[in-house]
Design a protein around this ligand. Structure first.
Ligand code: NAD
Length: 716
């Protein structure tokens, strides 16, 4: 052993040094401060031993290296100047990655498991790479609003070509071994049990001179071998493609392409400087800050949920009552994540269409090569469609997803309670009826809570687990556990009209309908909201949700919070419903819907809608994008603060994550609370005061004013 640390060891045998990553006390390897310190020392130890003829790098864990330690980003980037960050990153490049690349001996990496971000950059600093055929590699940095900074953009461009590097770096995806081999990111792919031997064989052949490592290094450290026209072509196409495909508000993907274009004609060290400068620009900006907070917020939420679920036995069998849009989706999601489920309805057609929908979703996975036909049949067999309650007593968790009618729900809930064991948890997927109210129909309200999924169930990550006044800890805990086993992000909330997410969403809708009433054009409002980062503007969102559903939920909100949410005028949504424009579901809402080539609804502008709205609104008026955004975002944020203050949700992080996962709040803005904190609480109060005439939805809470004055934070 020539080096022994807590993350890295180096042994030498038969003149080959084996550098092994095995971060003590952690389940994965990551490039944290400790590992980086040890890497520098380990490389120095190898360099100092003249008897060593080759270096093999490997991992003792299931993963290779999952990347940098994101929990250390705050300390690295927070409060730093761009120049400081650029200098620090460049320095690491020289001391670690260049030092590894420049060792006087051949170097090979054995990639046994995930090699992501800095992990992959480390692999690229070695002469050759052998990869196990069951793992993936990639550059996820852009998903955090940054670009690779340890030579990822530089070495990949030179190794796999400009166009491939654009795809790999700016797409933020993980690639399978066959794809990595095809583009030349790795030199060989083998079965996991042959990896070590294959890597050693390659290394020995390099030592014997079979491969010219100097030629390999020349390619990696020199300028890209393309003439000016070829370069221009590659990067113009790259920029156009990336601009079109990047999610809204994400500047990292296009910065990645520009970085690669800028350093293409330069040698390694100059190119690395440009990479470090552009990384620093992004890393010290607000988008990266927000995305990193979202990443860490997700980890915090999942840790909390796992703790909340405790050590309960996994649900072996579940049941869902209702096989409609939601019941069918819940059955699919449960089966697809391994929990058999009985799906009970009163109508055979609903059962048939529920099964058909599940079949369609599974077929898509088969087409994409993610599932075999046999696995699909197995998953489908885990859903038992039925018109009778027979066998319901074997379910440990029952999710009620029948029609949104209090009387029907109460009767179904009490009926099913009478058929099951006292320990069975019953949860309702209601979107508007208070859990405390539904519980009055039950003899064991402590075994009952809300389990609010979002549509479409397989796509939307959030599940609100609602604690009614009488819900017991066991019911909440087991519902959280079931949601986790379904691959969902559960957020536990207290009961109130609209629960957490819809209560906040309807404050936003209230801002929207008020704008329309004052003569704003709904298309202009949608455009401004989408420019802000929402996946769809409020009019389009109403169409997707169903305008009749929105009107019904709106009534519940105005009853629940009359002082803020009661409208004394006919709203744009009510007008649409009066004219039987229910949204996508019947092909006409604020927009009209045609079917595209793939059979999906495509929105088109419908001139007649303006005429329908005109008699109930002020004369058409143009609002600036800024005013539109302020008038819809202020009530959303203010209601978020009220939910926090009313203890509907436990923390600002839970709230922000729920909005990102439940309604697609733009992640690059960090969530509602993060958004106002970035703006500055005093500035947010100023904006709210400017619109005070619009009513109490815009009124700052006392706590907000207090924190704005004291410079405090809702995250403390
Ligand atoms: P849906 O109308 O598509 O399905 C309801 C199903 O319940 C129908 O198949 C109906 O036959 C069945 N049903 C009625 N009475 C029944 C009974 N006694 N026993 C068993 N089945 C019965 O409705 P949906 O959109 O799936 O909504 C279901 C629930 O989910 C509602 O409470 C709704 O508020 C809630 N929800 C809906 C959405 C959404 O976007 N659709 C989102 C979140 C929550």
């Amino acid at each position: 052993m020539i080096y022994q640390g807590q993350a890295i060891t180096v042994e030498v045998s038969d003149q080959i040094a084996r550098l092994t990553f095995d971060l003590q006390g952690d389940s994965v390897n990551k490039l944290n401060n400790l590992t980086m310190k040890e890497l520098e020392e380990a490389i120095a130890a190898i360099k100092a031993d003249s008897g060593i003829q080759g270096l093999l790098i490997r991992s003792a864990k299931d993963v290779f290296i999952v990347g940098a330690d994101i929990t250390e980003f705050e300390e690295k980037f927070g409060g730093q100047t761009e120049q400081n960050v650029a200098d620090a990153v460049y320095d690491i490049n020289v001391r670690h990655f260049n030092a590894l690349e420049d060792l006087p001996i051949p170097t090979v990496t054995a990639i046994n498991g995930l090699a992501l971000g800095g992990g992959l950059e480390l692999c690229l600093a070695t002469d050759m790479r052998v990869m196990a055929d069951n793992t993936k590699i990639g550059f996820p940095e852009v998903n955090l609003g940054i670009i690779p900074g340890y030579g990822g953009t530089v070495r990949s461009t030179r190794l796999i070509g400009g166009d491939n590097a654009v795809e790999w770096v700016s797409g933020g995806k993980q690639y399978r071994a066959d794809k990595a081999l095809e583009v030349g990111m790795v030199d060989a792919v083998v079965a996991p049990d042959k990896l070590e031997a294959a890597a050693e064989d390659l290394l020995r052949r390099a030592i014997d001179g079979e491969f010219d490592i100097h030629a390999i290094r020349k390619v990696k450290t020199g300028p890209v071998q393309l003439d000016d026209t070829e370069l221009l072509m590659a990067y113009t196409t790259g920029k156009a493609m990336v601009s079109q495909e990047s999610p809204k508000g994400m500047i990292a993907p296009i910065t990645a392409v520009k970085t690669m274009e800028k350093h293409a004609k330069l040698g390694r060290d100059e190119a690395l400087k440009i990479e470090a400068e552009n990384l620093a620009k992004l890393a010290t900006g607000e988008v990266a800050h927000n995305l990193i907070k979202i990443f860490l917020g997700d980890q915090e939420l999942m840790k909390k949920s796992k703790k909340a679920a405790g050590k309960v036995d996994p649900v072996e069998r579940a049941a869902v009552l209702g096989a409609g849009i939601m019941g069918g989706g819940i059955a699919y999601q449960s089966a697809n994540t391994g929990t058999p489920i009985m799906m009970k309805d009163i109508a055979q057609e609903s059962l048939d269409s529920g099964m058909e929908e599940a079949g369609k979703l599974l077929s898509k996975q088969v087409d994409r090569g993610r599932l075999s036909a046999q696995q699909m049949a197995h998953t489908l067999s885990m859903i038992t469609p039925t018109l009778s309650y027979e066998g319901i007593d074997s379910a440990q968790v029952i999710v009620e997803a029948v029609v949104e009618n209090e009387k029907v729900k109460k009767s179904v809930l009490s009926e099913v309670e009478g058929l099951v064991d006292k320990n069975t948890v019953i949860a309702s997927n209601t979107s508007t009826i208070r859990i405390t109210e539904l519980a009055t129909a039950l003899k064991r309200p402590e075994q009952f809570c809300g389990m609010h999924f979002f549509n479409p169930v397989h796509k939307m990550p959030l599940v609100e687990v609602i604690r009614g006044e009488k819900s017991g800890d066991d019911a909440v805990r087991r519902t959280v556990g079931y949601a986790l086993s379904m691959g969902k992000k559960p957020v536990v909330v207290n009961d109130c009209p609209g629960f957490l997410v819809n209560r906040i969403l309807f404050a936003y809708f209230a801002g929207y309908i008020q704008l329309i009433r004052e003569g704003a054009d709904f298309v202009a409002v949608d455009k401004a909201a989408e420019k802000f980062g929402w996946p769809m503007g409020p009019a389009y969102l109403c169409d997707v949700v169903g305008i009749d559903t929105c009107v019904h939920a709106g009534e519940v909100m105005s009853e629940g919070f009359p002082e803020r949410m009661k409208q004394e005028y006919k709203t744009a949504m009510q007008i649409m419903v009066e004219h039987e424009r229910y949204g996508q579901k019947n092909g006409k809402g604020f927009y009209a819907y045609e079917t595209d080539k793939r059979g999906n609804p495509k929105k088109v502008y419908d001139e007649s809608v303006r005429d329908l709205l005109a008699p109930h609104t002020d004369a058409p008026k143009e609002f600036s994008d800024e005013e539109i955004v302020d008038r819809i975002m202020t009530p959303l944020c203010m209601e978020s603060l009220r939910c926090l203050e009313d203890n509907i949700v436990e923390s600002a992080n839970d709230l922000d994550m729920a909005l990102v996962y439940g309604v697609g709040f733009p992640p690059f803005r960090g969530g509602a609370i993060r958004y106002i904190e970035n703006m500055g609480l005093d500035k947010f109060c100023e904006t709210a005061d400017k619109y005070a005439h619009l009513g109490p939805l815009y009124e700052p809470t006392d706590k907000l004013r207090e924190l704005a004055k004291s410079g405090g934070s809702f995250f403390d």
